[in-house]
Write a protein that binds this ligand. Sequence first.
Ligand SMILES: [Mg+2]
Length: 121
Amino acid sequence: MQHNNPGLEELTRQLLEFRDARDWRQFHSLKDLILSLNLEAGELLELSQWKPEQRFEEEATADPMHQRLQEECADVLLYLLLIAERTGIDLQSAAANKIAANHLKYPVEKSRGTSTKYTEL
Ligand SMILES: [Mg+2]
């Protein structure tokens, strides 16, 4: 197993190679990729179930919880990469565009220190 630090393009390449070696493309409909992303996000959520907020924050930085969080975050990212590849989305520019849009929605002078939604600012 490789323990390098690849970028999103290289991760996508590795993921497609993994998928295609197993002939799993046939199972990866866009709908099921989105469904799977949400199931993995649910696994991430499950790690915090029934835990007081402060205790969970403390556990999250040390093993074994840190390892479990790492694995579920990776699962979410990998499905996101498959969705982006299928639909031709450049995740890095989409994310950068979203941050720029959020700057406009939430100007610092109106939003600093408040959790109010932009429609109410
Ligand atoms: Mg998982």
